[in-house]
Design a protein around this ligand. Structure first.
Ligand SMILES: NC(=O)c1ccc[n+]([C@@H]2O[C@H](COP(=O)([O-])OP(=O)(O)OC[C@H]3O[C@@H](n4cnc5c(N)ncnc54)[C@H](OP(=O)(O)O)[C@@H]3O)[C@@H](O)[C@H]2O)c1
Length: 308
């Protein structure tokens, strides 16, 4: 471990960013947290011991002071338009500041042929970083367990329905908390992983029948998986307020999911951190009140995702 190692976590008020900040601080790193908005979420990071800086991926002049003097950085742009623009700005800033390691949050289904604009953009963003010559590690997480808390998923879940057009597709869903532990480890010591692409998943590959069964056991009530027709699903997403880019992404990603783009499981989180990532049931059990609606509480960041 390098003494006084300093790291930048972007997307720091988001799901993986918050976890990466917390876990990096726990490893003794000096953490600068790049936030988009100076709000209560940002204050919570400062309270934990991070240096909070406000900046915008789309304005490189705000990135430069954020990245100045850090050894490694986590790049995490949300599912919104502008990923390629943001990536180029981040890469240019990394060049200017001599960044020694850039951990890039990509996605399992990054693919230039995808019908999801976000999946296409993440593919191109990976290529840009590759030909930038920067010392990069791409992370390709599979489906986040935080999906269960997203505002277009949670209301139906509380009615006992896991309403996702995943067909017979499989994944090994992964919690942001576990990703945060892996990100922090890579920020601490990226050397052996530079130039690689690391898939990140939960411990077990499951289809959505098994997903619903695990939820039923953990929540103590029956949850059934329902596969809506894609048109009906897209209309629902728009109706509940997912912006157009988010709708296009989710629908495209669900098509990819049906075709196996999210399949497989790996043990990379355990290899990196020494601890197995949590299962669906382990994620759901402590959040049972929230997920069943028996409490009106919401977990921090539960409204993050898909282009709000
Ligand atoms: N969800 C999944 O199942 C899944 C699966 C695989 C990969 N991924 C990838 O995960 C990434 C998202 O990670 P996440 O869920 O941890 O993020 P998130 O919770 O959506 O948070 C994104 C963060 O970025 C900040 N942000 C937004 N626009 C910004 C800007 N212009 N400049 C600076 N900061 C900005 C947001 O702040 P404000 O809220 O203040 O705007 C927020 O803190 C995406 O790249 C996605 O492709 C997701």
């Amino acid at each position: 471990m390098t003494e006084n190692r300093s790291v930048l976590v972007s997307g720091a008020t988001g799901d993986t960013g918050r976890a990466a900040v917390r876990e990096s601080l726990a490893l003794g790193l000096t953490v600068r947290a790049l936030v988009h908005t100076a709000d209560a979420r940002a204050q919570a990071l400062a309270d934990q011991g991070a240096e909070v800086v406000v900046g915008d991926f789309l304005d490189p002049n705000t990135l430069r002071p954020a990245m100045e003097g850090v050894d490694a950085a986590y790049l995490c742009y949300p599912v919104r338009p502008g990923l390629i623009h943001a990536t180029v700005n981040f890469a240019q800033t990394a060049k200017e500041t001599g960044l020694k390691a850039l951990i890039n949050c990509s996605q399992r289904s990054a693919d230039r042929e995808s019908t999801s604009p976000s999946c296409r953009d993440t593919h191109i963003a990976e290529q840009v970083l590759n030909w930038s010559g920067l010392p990069v590690i791409h992370l390709r997480p599979t489906l986040f367990l935080e999906w269960l808390q997203y505002f277009w998923v949670l209301p139906k879940l509380r009615e006992g329905i896991l309403w996702m057009p995943t067909g017979k597709g499989t994944s090994s869903p992964v919690a942001a908390e576990d990703q945060g532990r892996a990100i922090a480890r890579l920020l601490l010591d990226p050397t052996d992983h530079l130039g690689t692409t690391i898939p990140l998943s939960g411990p077990a590959e499951i289809d959505h029948e098994q997903f619903a069964a695990e939820l039923s056991e953990a929540l103590g009530r029956e949850i059934v998986h329902v596969n809506p027709p894609m048109d009906e699903y897209a209309a629902y997403l728009a109706d509940v307020g997912v912006p157009p880019y988010g709708v296009d992404h989710i629908v495209g990603a669900m098509r990819d999911y049906q075709n196996g783009a999210m399949s497989g499981a790996d043990d990379n989180i355990e290899r990196l951190t020494g601890r197995r990532p949590m299962t669906v049931a382990e994620y759901a059990r402590p959040r049972a009140a929230l997920l069943t609606g028996s409490s009106r509480g919401t977990a921090p960041g539960s409204d993050q995702a898909a282009g709000r």
